[in-house]
Design a protein around this ligand. Sequence first.
Ligand SMILES: NC(=O)c1ccc[n+]([C@@H]2O[C@H](COP(=O)([O-])OP(=O)(O)OC[C@H]3O[C@@H](n4cnc5c(N)ncnc54)[C@H](OP(=O)(O)O)[C@@H]3O)[C@@H](O)[C@H]2O)c1
Length: 309
Amino acid sequence: MFWKKDPSVTWERKNINNIDFSHLNVAIIGGTGGIGRAISRELAQRDAKVTVVGQTFRDEDLKDKIKFVKADLSLASECKRISHSDEIPYEELTHLIFTTGIFASRQKQITSEGLEKDMAVSYLSRYIIFHDVANRLGINRMKKDDLPKVFVAGFPGNGQMGDPDDLNSDGKNYSAYATHMNTVAANESLVLDAKYRFTNIDTFGLNPGLIKTNIRSNLLGSDSYLSRITEWIISWTCQSAETYAKMICTLIVSPAIESRSGTMFSNKGDAILPTPGLTKDVVGKFMKNSELLVEKALQSQSPSTSSNE
Ligand SMILES: NC(=O)c1ccc[n+]([C@@H]2O[C@H](COP(=O)([O-])OP(=O)(O)OC[C@H]3O[C@@H](n4cnc5c(N)ncnc54)[C@H](OP(=O)(O)O)[C@@H]3O)[C@@H](O)[C@H]2O)c1
């Protein structure tokens, strides 16, 4: 990992058992699997209100504590439905966490709305929901002594610049790696932009490093030999999703991060510096081109453009 620590932000690592989470109202978009699921389970078992959005609910044992909302977030139209859904209590939320993700496959995958699938799931879903709900996020939350907080998981601070002019991987030479790294740069840009765009909330980037989950199955093949050996090596050399989740749960309630919007955090929870090349201009280009691409995807499904006339 190539990130550099940001010494201007430090926080006290409290024992999780000494923290009261009962006033938290958290939605985790992508909370049905991997890291999001581990965070959701940890918070729910500690009496926080938790809503998760994803495709498959796997936490029947906690179904009384975790509310599940089903959605296919590869579709911009579904993301719009979710951002306007009464099932997610956006106005009451204290925390909104984005952990949706896949890794681009070897062959380019295109959704029915014409979007490259990794960009759609791992970044545009967050862009749409975040921008749609930001102005009403937490306005009716119980305790108003701190700002509502948004956490965007990705791979920030690693020097990935992406290509904001080719968000949909329409360029000639498709590469799964370049496509995924474009989602990485776009997510980091989402955080850097939100710092100034949404002053009513604090927004942070999360870089979990390598953790054994399902994230690579779209690239390596689910349950393939390569996938199993890769995840086995990761499970032996890196922390588990559960260990990471415990640390993240203590971070998200730390008073030290209040008003430190725009900060990124490493797999160990250290504040890290953003990617140097993601300047205001580059970030602005990511945001502008995201808006255009989402508009195009939504129009592709509208009745006027789907007819053959
Ligand atoms: N694990 C790592 O090594 C690693 C490394 C660096 C960064 N990250 C970042 O950490 C975040 C979480 O990744 P993870 O490792 O936890 O991945 P994961 O285990 O694959 O979980 C991804 C989540 O996204 C949801 N999702 C995927 N496609 C979806 C769709 N079409 N519609 C709705 N939900 C969908 C999954 O829900 P369903 O299972 O219900 O479909 C699941 O809840 C991602 O941003 C990833 O880039 C992870």
